[in-house]
Design a binder for this molecule. Structure first.
Ligand code: ADP
Ligand code: TMP
Ligand code: ASP
Length: 236
């Protein structure tokens, strides 16, 4: 597999073409951003930790029947993935109230959400990822009704798989964001699953072990990501 020119530079990853038109290389960088790119710093080892963390989770999801873009780990910071036609929408499931929903709805942090709630956001930093609904997605042609249904179904299936996986590691999966894309007419899970795009709390103490440590200047950001990885059995 030959790595060719860079196709896109995201906030945390760089995307490269390969000599296979159907495959891309994702390079996980140490750049860490919050508030839609307003706050950016370099955190040593983050690219490596998130790359390996993501590979571990994607393989678990794949084994449990979720179609994912993940192909293989290429190096400490690079993974080979299927090239998807990305849908510009973020799918969020929340098991416990935290983050933007607390501010938006004026609810307390830490409430158990039964059933877990689902939200769509438009992937657009300049607009601060506004919340959207199923009709916006269909009316503006970002995805079809069938694709919307598939994204919701898969996002909830991921919840069943990952709440159990994290629970076994004494962690609460508070919420998370997924991105999907099309490959040969089918919907696949793309992008990444790492502590950058979810909230994880220690089950006992409810200590935050995810990107909120960076957003809220709590310190020990990567040390917490590494602790989560160790609990899950991810080899770093
Ligand atoms: P951001 O877009 O938030 O700055 P990243 O720095 O993570 O995010 O950049 C990675 C980019 O690659 C994102 O725009 C994401 O939607 C896109 N992407 C992720 N997986 C795939 C894939 N399999 N095929 C094509 N694009 C992808
Ligand atoms: P929020 O509370 O900020 O709406 O985020 C909900 C979850 O989704 C949280 O785990 C962070 C993740 N997320 C991202 O990673 N990127 C995003 O652009 C958004 C909107 C959410
Ligand atoms: N939207 C992501 C976050 O809130 C990344 C970013 O904002 O740069 O952390």
């Amino acid at each position: 597999m030959q790595k060719l020119e860079e196709l896109f530079t995201g906030k945390a990853k760089s995307v490269f073409k390969t000599d296979d038109a159907d495959k891309l290389i994702l390079e996980f960088r140490d750049d860490t951003s919050a508030f839609d790119g307003e706050k950016i710093v370099q955190l040593e080892r983050k690219g490596m930790v998130n790359n390996k963390f993501n590979a571990f989770i994607m393989q678990k999801l794949q084994a449990a029947g979720i179609p994912t873009h993940f192909e293989s780990l290429l190096s400490d910071t690079e993974s080979l993935v299927k090239k998807l036609d990305m849908i510009p929408v973020e799918c969020v499931v929340r098991n416990i109230s935290a983050g933007s929903i607390v501010k938006r709805l004026g609810v307390e942090e830490g409430l158990d959400l039964n059933p877990p709630t689902f939200e769509f956001f438009l992937k657009n930093d300049a607009l601060h990822d506004p919340m959207i609904n199923d009709y916006h997605i269909r009316s503006f042609g970002w995805a079809t009704e069938e694709e919307v249904a598939a994204m919701k179904k898969l996002t909830f299936q991921v919840n069943d798989i990952l709440t159990k996986l994290f629970d076994a590691a004494e962690l609460l999966l508070v919420d998370y964001k997924l991105e999907f894309g099309r490959f040969n007419g089918e919907i696949f899970l793309g992008d990444e699953f790492s502590p950058d795009g979810c909230r994880l709390w220690d089950k006992e103490t409810r200590e935050k072990m995810d990107k909120d440590r960076f957003r809220q200047d709590l310190g020990n950001v990567i040390e917490s990501y590494e602790a989560v990885a160790r609990r899950l059995g991810v080899e770093l």
